[in-house]
Each structure stands twice: as C-alpha cells, then as structure tokens.
Design a protein around this ligand. Structure first.
Ligand code: PLP
Length: 548
C-alpha cells in the first residue's frame, strides 16, 4: 500500500462521530447538495449503463467473476466512502449484471420499467414505513386498503355499497400485499386449507393443531390441489410448506391450446370424490401460464368448483393486468368467480422487484389466517400484519398507487395491447419463415417456437411416433445449443423451456420462449433475433446437425 492510500485509509474509521454523520443530515444547503450529488451519481451512472449496453450482459464467464469474489472476511474498519461505493457499483457491478431493460431481452418476465418507478422506490425507502402495524405506517395502511379495494373492484365488480362497507373496514380484508407471486399463491392456499380444516367439535382447527390432527379428525389421509401440468412451481412449494406434500399438487393434462383439459378435470374430481381418504383442497386456474401465456377456461373451472364446493384460486400473477385492456380483458372472463386471485406487481404492473398481491372474493376469508400478538396486532385493530404471511413489510402499495395515478388504467392497457399485438405479429413472422416452427400460438404476450431446418418440417409432420421422437430428440439438442450460443453472444436473449409431451405425441419438446412486455421491443428487433438464430444454426450447427 502506498502512502497516499495509507493516508486515505486512515480517514475511514468507524467511531461515534463518523456514525453520527451518517444518521443525521444537517439542514443546510450543502447537506442537500451532498444528497443530490449521490443521487445524480447513481441515476446518471445507471442511465449511461442502460443506454450503452444494448447487450444482455458483458461477456465474462461466471467462473471468472466468481474468482474475483473469494473473500469471506468482513472488514472491521470502513473500506470505502459512499462515492467510491457508488462508482464501484456503477462501473464494476452494473456492466456484469443483466440489462433486463434491453428491448433485445425478451426471454423473461422481468423487463424495462417506467423511469419514475426508481423515484417512487426511493421515496418508499426514505420514508421507511413498516406496514406490519399501524404504529409504524399509519396513513400508508389506509392507502393500501384503498388500493386493494380498487384492484379488487377491477377483478370482482362488486357494487358501491360493498366497497363502502369494506374499503376501510377493520374486520375484513379484500386482499393483501405479499413479497411476490409465490407467497401470494401460498397465502391463497393457506386460506383454503384453514377454511377446509376449520374448528369443529373437539378439533381446534389445522392452524393450531397441525395436519396430523386435522387428517385424523376428518378421517382422511391426503389432500390434493388440482391444476394443469403448466401450474407454476410455487404451488408445489406451498403444498410442501402447508403440509400437503408437494406431490399432491396434481398436474392435469392440457389440450392443444395449452389449457387444462376440462374432461380430465371433471373425471379427476369424480375419482377423488369416490375415495373417502382423499379431499380436494383447491383447484387452480391459470390466467397466463408462465411458459406459454395460455389461459385456462376459467368459467368452466369455476362451475366445477361451485358444483363440488372446492376453493377456486386463479393464478393471474402474469395475466392479471390484462384486465386493463378494453380489447383483451374478455380473455380473463370468469376471474370474477374465483375465491382468490394472485397478481404480481413486478410483472405487468412494471414495478421494481418485488411485489405480489392476493385478493379474496369473500372479505372474511382471510380471518382463517389471522394472528394476534399482544404487542403488535390486537383484535379489531387495522394492523395489516394480522392477516399476512409476512411480518415486517415495505409500503409497496405507495409505488403501485402512484404508478396508477401516473399511467391511468389506460396507460397500462396500452402496454398490454402492445405486447399481445406484437406477439401476434411475431407469430406470423415465425409462421412465414421456413426454418422455424411456432409451437404455442400466443394468447397473451408469450409465445414459444423452435428452429426446425426446412427439410425436416414436412418430415416431422408425417412421421410416426417413433420417428417423431427420434427427430425431436435431435431438434431438442439443436435448440438447446442455439439458445445458449445466442445468449453467450450477448446481444439478445430468449429463454428456453421444455414442454412435456407423451411419447406417442413425439415426446418432450425443447422450445425457445419469448415474453414481449418491453414497449421498446418492436417487430424489427424480433426479426433481427430470428436472423441471428438462423445464422447461428447455418454457420455453426449445420456440421453437427446436418445429418438429421
Ligand atoms: C411468476 C409467476 C408466479 C410466481 O411469482 P414470483 O413473483 O416469481 O414469486 C406464479 N404463477 C405464475 C403464473 C407466474 O407467472
């Protein structure tokens, strides 16, 4: 260490004086200027990064990066000043993070945000309310309840009377904010479980007595949740945690449009009803499947649930905001029949990570998961922590509430329509190209396709199952390499997934998946992405796969 850095190092000491300066800002102009200076450093630094790096991520292998992060010792004394830390974040970290805001990044459900989200998130961090209880959030809890009512109304369309009764009621809840979609789904299933295994006779309810006592009281051995095979894996996590066991999420077959097969659903219900040891805890309809964007026939599922008295949950983590589009909201018809609904804020509400929400048709449903602790939440208090899986929680509702004021439902509707419109155009483009095959036609803004060399297109259509299986295995290998090579080239990113198909349907199919939510993504860009894929296949892979 040379002498200047030695001297600089000496300045950085942790003591009561230096700590005081971190917690207390003077109220003069120079202190304000300091605050602004750091904000500028972050905003402008990141702005440059987002503009200059069209690419997905700078090419540097994970292994190489990991080799630079091998220090497991905490430093006792401060190492860096704030300005240095920000410089390091902007210059050394950001370029190796993924530029999810790039219009060429069309592989995942994380994308560009309106710029003001960063300002709103800063406000939330600066005010630092804890929505677990009124004493640390006050008006924020009340704003949250109003916003929950607004979105509840968008889903369920109850009348003025209903909302004036429940909007600020301390005894009821129309829903709640959660960490993410996973915990929103878990909350919905938690409510469903507790309502089914409620207090009766000498049994004190599952929440108090546990699953073993609950099953014994009911004389059953197993509970299941029914969903299509495209159900999100968060459902399995929930079943694991809630004591059902993750294998008791039953994945039902889908039809040619990736919607759950209603006949199979009805048959499965009958089968289970004939088995006195098994109970159906809930059925989940998907409104925007993660892999294909497809929407289950919600009205028919709701009808089955009503007939058999089953909790009907709709997982609209992805598709929920489609309700903002006058043109496409009909796709979600039947969602108003759901007992509970999941919607993610950090997906098509374009919020920063992370925000989930769960809504309940019945304003008393969440009583099934209410907890009271004497020092935090007393019965009859409006503390939102009473009925939530989370304890301490950020006031994300302020971000969404403000964003809705800035965008209007119309603004969100335009984003939804851009995505779905673009997906339809992209599907046409894929159909028109001889060496691609559209695998799932988009219902929302997600579609899947794969590279199939022109000479194989006819062959695979006419192949018997054995032959199809053989060709698909080769094509799967090819598309895996293609997706990886494109990602590694660093310019554009589509994701890859495997759609399950039985052997007599030709076996599993590896597909390329695009999620079209960035309003800066245009057909021109998608064409470039296809061109790049064709080039990769023609130049690099023809040798290896020429024989198929
Ligand atoms: C994303 C998603 C989830 C999970 O949400 P997270 O916010 O990632 O936890 C659940 N269901 C569906 C359909 C999703 O698309």
């Amino acid at each position: 260490m040379d002498r200047t850095s030695e001297a600089k190092r000496k300045e950085l000491v942790a003591n009561r004086e230096t700590l005081k300066r971190i917690f207390i800002m003077r109220e003069d102009d120079s202190a304000k200027a300091t605050l602004l200076k750091y904000m500028e450093q972050i905003f402008f630094g990141l702005q440059d990064f987002l503009r200059d790096h069209v690419g997905i991520t700078e090419q540097r292998s994970l292994r190489e990066m990991a080799s630079r992060f091998q220090n497991s010792l905490l430093s006792e004394q401060p190492e860096k000043k704030l300005a240095e830390v920000i410089t390091e974040l902007v210059d050394d970290i950001a370029p190796h993070a993924v530029n999810v805001a790039s219009p060429y990044f069309v592989g995942h459900m994380t994308s560009a945000m309106p710029f003001f989200m960063v300002h709103l998130a800063t406000f939330v961090a600066a005010l630092n309310q804890n929505v677990v209880k009124l004493e640390t959030s006050k008006i924020v809890s009340i704003v949250e309840k109003q916003l929950l009512a607004k979105i509840h109304r968008m889903i369920y369309h109850r009348d003025d009377d209903f909302y004036s009764r429940h909007i600020q009621s301390v005894d009821t809840s129309l829903g709640g904010f959660t960490e993410d979609g996973t915990l929103a789904n878990m909350t919905a299933l938690w409510v469903a479980r507790n309502r089914l295994l409620h207090v009766q006779d000498s049994f004190g309810g599952v929440e108090q007595e546990g699953m073993f006592a609950a099953y014994r009281a009911l004389g059953i051995e197993r509970m299941v949740v029914l969903v299509s095979q495209l159900g999100h894996y968060s459902l399995r996590k929930a079943a694991g945690l809630l004591g059902l066991g993750s294998r008791n999420i039953i994945g039902l077959p889908i039809d040619s449009q990736n919607r759950v097969n209603i006949d199979a659903m009805a048959e499965t219900i009958q089968e289970i009803k004939n088995d006195p040891k098994t109970r159906i805890m809930a059925m989940v309809g998907i409104a925007g499947a993660t892999e294909t964007g497809s929407i289950d026939p919600l009205p028919k599922l709701a009808e089955l649930c009503a007939e058999h008295d089953i909790h009907f949950h709709v997982d609209a983590a992805w598709g929920g905001p489609t309700l903002f589009s006058e043109k496409y909201k009909h796709l979600l018809n039947g969602i108003e029949l759901a007992d509970s609904v999941t919607i993610d804020g950090h997906k098509q509400f374009y919020m920063p990570m992370t925000c989930g929400m769960v809504y309940f048709k019945n304003p008393w449903a969440m009583d099934a998961i209410a907890y009271h602790s004497s020092y935090i939440a007393r019965p009859g208090s409006v503390d939102l922590g009473i009925r939530s899986l989370a304890g301490s929680r950020a006031s994300n509702s302020l971000i969404l509430d403000s964003a809705l004021k800035i965008m209007g439902t119309k603004g969100y509707g335009i984003l939804i329509e851009h995505g779905i419109g673009l997906a339809k155009q992209f599907a046409k483009e894929i159909d028109a190209r001889p060496s691609f095959e559209l695998i799932t036609r988009p219902e929302l803004n997600i579609l899947t396709y794969r590279y199939v060399p022109a000479h194989l297109q006819e062959k695979i259509k006419n192949a018997d199952p054995q032959e199809a299986l053989r060709i698909n295995q080769r094509l799967n290998a090819l598309n895996i390499v293609l997706q990886r090579d494109q990602r590694e080239a660093g310019k554009s990113f589509v994701s890859r997934t495997t759609l399950r198909r039985s052997v007599d349907q030709g076996g599993d199919v590896v597909v390329l998946r695009t999620v079209l939510m960035n309003p800066m993504t245009r057909l021109r860009i998608l064409r470039e992405i296809l061109d790049e894929q064709e080039n990769i296949c023609k130049t690099k892979l023809s040798k290896a796969f020429g024989a198929i």
